[in-house]
Design a protein around this ligand. Sequence first.
Ligand SMILES: Cc1cc2nc3c(=O)[nH]c(=O)nc-3n(C[C@H](O)[C@H](O)[C@H](O)COP(=O)(O)OP(=O)(O)OC[C@H]3O[C@@H](n4cnc5c(N)ncnc54)[C@H](O)[C@@H]3O)c2cc1C
Length: 622
Amino acid sequence: MVADIGIALRADADGVADAADLANAAERAGLSLVVLLPAVDAPDADVWTMASWVAARTATISIGIDPHPPTVDGLAGMPFRRVVARAVESLEALVPGRLITDPDRWTVTDHLDAAAARSADASERAIVVPVTSIDEIDALAATARTTGITGGPSADRPLAARLRRAAGIDYDGVPGSLRASAIEPGDPAFPTVSSTYMRGGRPGLVLRPRTVAEVGDALAFAARHPHLPFGLRSAGHGISGRSTNRDGLILDMGGWNQIEMLDAERGLVRVGPGATWKQVSRALEPYGRAIGSGDYGGVGVGGLATAGGVGFLSRSQGLTLDMITAVELVLPDGTPVRATAEDHPDLFWAMRGAGANFGVATAFEFTAPRLGSVGWAQLAVVVDDLGDALAQYLHVQNDSPRDTVIFALTGRPRPGEPTVLQFYGMVADDDPGTILERLTPFARIGTLVQQQVVLTPYADVLATAPDPGPGGHRSNREVRSRSGLLSANRSDEFDDFARAAADFIAGGATYFFQFRAMGGAIGDTPADATAFAHRDAAFSVAALGANDQRLDRGWAPLRGYMDGTYLSFETDRSPERLVDAFGARGLARLTALKRHYDPGNLLSDNFALGPAVAATHEEELR
Ligand SMILES: Cc1cc2nc3c(=O)[nH]c(=O)nc-3n(C[C@H](O)[C@H](O)[C@H](O)COP(=O)(O)OP(=O)(O)OC[C@H]3O[C@@H](n4cnc5c(N)ncnc54)[C@H](O)[C@@H]3O)c2cc1C
């Protein structure tokens, strides 16, 4: 029989002055809760002021207030409720995770005895006893201790925090190694880890392992919760990967952000999955080297390097994953593995393109090519005919040398405003004449209304991404994105595609339509050398929208022109997208490996290759 024990204090004139001392004594005595009750003879006495007083004099004890007690029912209408809501908000901000405003969470009783404890145990309510002196508090705490009513394995977190826990998680079973660093919904740090850059969320538990063994502990704990969503997070910029969720588990590798140069001569660098590409580029700059990533420095190594990596240097270097020489990971069963071309070649193949399905990457080794200053360009052109302009862009970019990567971005213009096409990207050359020569054809696609071209280190380009700050990511949205790849082999269809794309954009289903240039060195690696299948792609196309059905309707006419998808920009979870992403042969190989390495489909937050997929694609996979 275990229950939380607390005290109740009335907000009468004398009590207000003493309340803080009594609450403080209750905290020192190890009690769980102080409930503040309105005074009987002074119904307009303000418990909220008293609560601020109590909050300031205590550090851990939970504070219970009924926001709409029966004694002030007559005042419960507007605007009183709004005032109360504001008071709750303010107090919550002052004492995060310590406020309880649901009166069903406690029972007020005059005496603590076995009968009261039994009924509290059954109803899962705390028992609170009205007190007026410190002696009474000490006596109450002594009774609780001697009768064994209080305590239990959960007592390491305040009652208010425990009340915010999600159903179905064995909080008491969190491995000892992970307890101190884990974050729950009631913890003050929870808002810093609940959401990601693109998604709002409220997970039930965020596990933050610090060692390889702890990663194994976290995976074992997750495996005991097969009924819950389980997300894997590095730097929290996932679009396809659901690195936050509601009421599920998160394994957060954000703290694994070490970057170590292993061999400066060869440019061999070891990088943790939680590092951002901004950090990586800055660390490599003194060595005159760079690893191409994506267009945004805030994106993490863990998510990008396991899926692809299409960026400003892809046409000259290849995909980010082409520069990986080793991946260290923890398999779903907890086994640590170092995968290279020689050791565990099957995992080395799978981790480069479908990594999220096979293990938790704990370190990557890359060979970083040499790179001097680059020409970084941001241009905006106004165009009359978007279809024609997009077609010109596709041809100009596709015909450019490998040093040139210009991405294009547009959306439907506001009524009365011109159609603007933005170009941004890089010429990987430090000769101003070459840079201008490469950029001029892009600038001529429309009326140039904005331009900035600078000769700069690559690290400075990625440095423009702001850090999330101590408050963490704060998205409250759900991202919806469609992705497709345009093959260089079908460049004769670029004009038709561009016209269809312009119609789609004009329809208003997308607010963000983007081309990322591919081709060049990406095609130097054979298609079956990594799990990233589409080596002939000339462009990655992505569209973000607010509504899935509208996006799908608008996107459907574009599909016929595209071969495959780049999973990092796809949020459609239909099984067909897996064939699009990996190709039928790649998918067959991946599902066989998945059966071997993750038979329980534990890792499933990102293009899951679980048993359902194998069944759906049985024919193709034969
Ligand atoms: C603003 C923005 C710009 C982008 N630009 C580009 C671009 O130019 N080019 C490009 O290629 N991509 C780009 N992306 C896509 C990006 O590469 C993916 O969203 C990537 O997954 C983000 O990685 P992360 O570690 O930050 O994300 P997280 O949200 O932490 O992780 C995303 C997913 O990756 C998997 N994952 C994370 N960590 C690990 C790990 N340690 N081991 C195994 N799997 C793991 C999980 O499935 C997880 O759900 C962009 C994304 C954003 C938000």
